[in-house]
Write a protein that binds this ligand. Structure first.
Ligand SMILES: [Zn+2]
Length: 425
């Protein structure tokens, strides 16, 4: 299979501007990009007219929860039987690909095998979905984020509870046995739960060190939930690869992150707090809760932290904890506009966080999230210019073409012929 896309404005995932170009795709790779018209030989390739639209890399969701199927409370996830849960997770996989995300890095699966099974079904070609890095549940300590129990009362959400190095070692090995790509640790608590708050560092030094040691021995990357400053430092010190949130990182934590910036990737997962503060009413988050938890002030702190991250040249990915009731799956690309509006990123910088930086998180640095010869052919045609208006990437309507791994998930020719029919009628 080969495609030649002509008459497009290419944003290549690296530069600050678009430029007119033609792109040749053979099998699952981009094999040529030419800035002048008629430079590339057709050689049996199907021609696609880009119609002057933006041709850009498929987006990468850096903090994805395909198995979070719209819960209002974390424990709602624990009340879905595995069979229904798997089907609903499959639906999310197709939905997120329809929204232009051709790669997703999981930040936890609500049940041990949901991510792993869905990833396999996608890789085997039976389910339409993104490239997927599967995780296990969130490994957490008693009373930490993901422990929903009360004495005498059983309850579950997305957590796997492990206390002390022996239990943590066993939990990580269990995830490895079941075939995950990434391990997730909850090192701090969170304000959206009742026990350990966001500024409590709930997982001990030896537990984090043990988890990372075992995971790396099995060649698995480690991601963590760290809001408190001490939890960020604990993550950096012990070699965690991907650190989420970092809201309350102090000067020392920022310095440590900067010193490790060649190896650490960071994700704010900003959508959750954004929607709670600005759109909570519509989603049933009581205003009283937002005020009691001081979420508006905490959102402010997060914005200041990520201004620093940008200035210090940290590698940051988009991904906003979409999949809860207040952050419906499919809104994911809103994060790009948030980076511009709230963190002071330029549009091109924010788009890189959703493409080339994400490609590195997926383990394909320089060949995923970019448009250049040799890159994997994950490509969008967008009706609009996301360097001017990032909202054109939100919702599937403006995505004329979605190509993953050289295969058309959405064919732009179907769209233009439908438009032609409407015009004729
Ligand atoms: Zn999350």
């Amino acid at each position: 299979m080969a495609f030649l896309i002509q008459n497009a404005q290419v944003w290549d995932g690296e530069n600050d501007e678009r430029y007119p170009a033609e792109v040749l795709i053979e099998r699952n790779r981009i094999t040529a990009v030419a800035r002048d018209k008629g430079q590339l030989r057709r050689d049996g390739a199907e021609i696609i007219d880009g119609g002057g639209m933006t041709l850009m890399p498929g987006m990468v969701e850096g903090h994805c929860h395909l198995s979070f199927v719209g819960p209002a409370r974390n424990q709602d996830l624990g009340e879905i039987p595995p069979e229904e849960h798997l089907l609903r997770t499959c639906r999310n996989a197709t939905l997120i690909l329809n929204h232009g995300f051709t790669s997703c890095y999981s930040a936890a699966s609500a049940k041990m095998r949901l991510d792993v099974v869905v990833r396999q079904e996608i890789e085997d070609g039976y389910l339409a979905g993104p490239r997927y890095k599967a995780a296990g549940p969130e490994i957490t300590s008693t009373g930490g984020l993901g422990d929903e129990r009360k004495q005498h009362m059983h309850a579950e959400s997305f957590g796997m509870i492990a206390d002390g190095p022996d239990e943590v070692r066993r939990a990580v090995r269990l995830c490895c046995r079941e075939g995950v790509d990434n391990i997730k640790l909850n090192i701090s608590g969170d304000d959206f739960v009742t026990n350990a708050g966001a500024e409590i560092t709930s997982m001990s030094e030896v537990e984090v060190a043990t988890a990372v040691e075992v995971a790396h021995e099995w060649n698995k990357r480690v991601a963590c939930h760290s809001r408190a400053a001490a939890s960020v430092k604990r993550a950096v010190r012990n070699g965690v690869d991907c650190i989420y949130h970092c809201d309350f990182a102090d000067e020392e934590a920022l310095d440590m992150l900067e010193a490790a910036k060649h190896r650490v990737i960071i994700g704010p997962a900003f959508g959750l707090i954004h929607n709670a503060v600005f759109e909570g009413d519509a989603a049933g988050v009581p205003r009283e809760f937002v005020e009691r938890m001081g979420l508006a002030r905490k959102l402010e702190l997060t914005c200041r932290t990520y201004e620093q991250m940008r200035k210090r040249g940290m590698k940051v990915v988009v991904g906003g904890d979409y999949g809860f009731k207040i952050t419906p799956m499919g809104q994911n690309a809103r994060d790009i506009g948030h980076f511009v509006k709230f963190f002071g990123y330029s549009p091109a910088e924010a788009l890189r966080c959703a493409t080339s930086v994400g490609g590195e998180l997926m383990g394909h640095k320089g060949e995923l999230g970019v448009i250049k010869p040799g890159a994997l052919a994950d490509i969008l045609l967008v009706d609009g210019n996301p360097l001017v208006d990032q909202s054109v990437l939100v919702g599937p309507d403006r995505l004329a073409m979605i190509m993953k791994d050289g295969k058309l998930h959405r064919d732009p020719r179907a769209r233009s012929s439908a438009r032609g029919r409407l015009a004729a009628e």
